[in-house]
Design a protein around this ligand. Sequence first.
Ligand code: NAD
Length: 326
Amino acid sequence: MKIAFFDTKDYDRIWFEKLAPEYGYEFVFYDTRCTEDTAILASGCDAVCVFVNCVLNKKAIDKLYELGIKAILLRCAGYDNVDLDACKGRIPVLRVPSYSPTAVAEYAAALFLTLNRKIHKAYTRTREFNFKISGLMGVTLRGKTAGVIGTGKIGKIMIEILKGFGMNILAYDLFPDTSLDVEYTTIDDLLKRSDVITLHCPLTDDSKYIINKNSISKMKDGVILVNTSRGALVDTAALIDGLRANKFRGVALDVYEEEDEYFFEDRSGEIINDDELIKLMSFPNVLITSHQAFFTEESLEAIATVTCENLKCVIEDRELENEVTR
Ligand code: NAD
């Protein structure tokens, strides 16, 4: 089996090349992302392996189908970048539903702690032998309220971590898990009562801009917002207005609405044309990282293993447990 591997990074190659002989796969690695313009590179391959910022719209899917591609292997959990309707009955789309929810939850907590206690600023100060602590004050978390939106695999682990800090937890989910020892409430109540709000729901038509002008207006003044899920859960323009109005103690983002252009790439020598990203960067209380919450050794190994197994299921005509369904 020959697999066109798009949006390749050095760390991807290590794990996939290690597994290739065991599965009898040949990977053709491309740096470029898979889009309607680059899908042609999969010519002569049996499957494609893509990541979060590949854009598999109808035209790209049509092209892949024309080329005889037998499987689209997402080496990630989210699948909002794939036109599933265009795939239906033509090419199975398989994902890695859970490679390390712990890694993402741990990272969300790390980001939130860093932001609250301004460790990122302290680090750069002390590197320059500036040992002043003025401006680095945070808040004690014990007794404060954390609102968790989305209580699936990652949200559940985040709840455990936040409970470990002695925080009170409020949860909101379209499908509450009644076995969970947590207070479920309405989204409005969560917005109103939380000192920290952390997003762990997927991006869907329902959840797009779940954080918007209206929801921000319902939040407490001095709230901390953490997004490690998907950028478009937050209306960036509304977020910027909220930051300008001093609504937030801090905002930590591992994902950004328009991240496709920039995240995972070195753009340090280039002119950045995204005004909203520049504005966000300019706020002293915003901490942005480049979609790295999943990025642990364990996650990468799990992603490679499950992706290879997913293709094996297609080849052997077995039940496709990880096929994406709406
Ligand atoms: P999951 O499917 O286990 O849980 C998602 C939960 O969100 C479910 O309980 C679901 O009912 C709930 N939900 C769905 N729509 C909702 C809505 N509109 N409002 C409230 N709740 C809603 O998913 P998971 O494994 O916990 O992952 C959550 C998200 O994290 C993924 O969809 C992905 O976008 C993101 N993620 C980010 C990274 C990263 O590196 N930053 C890595 C993996 C996953």
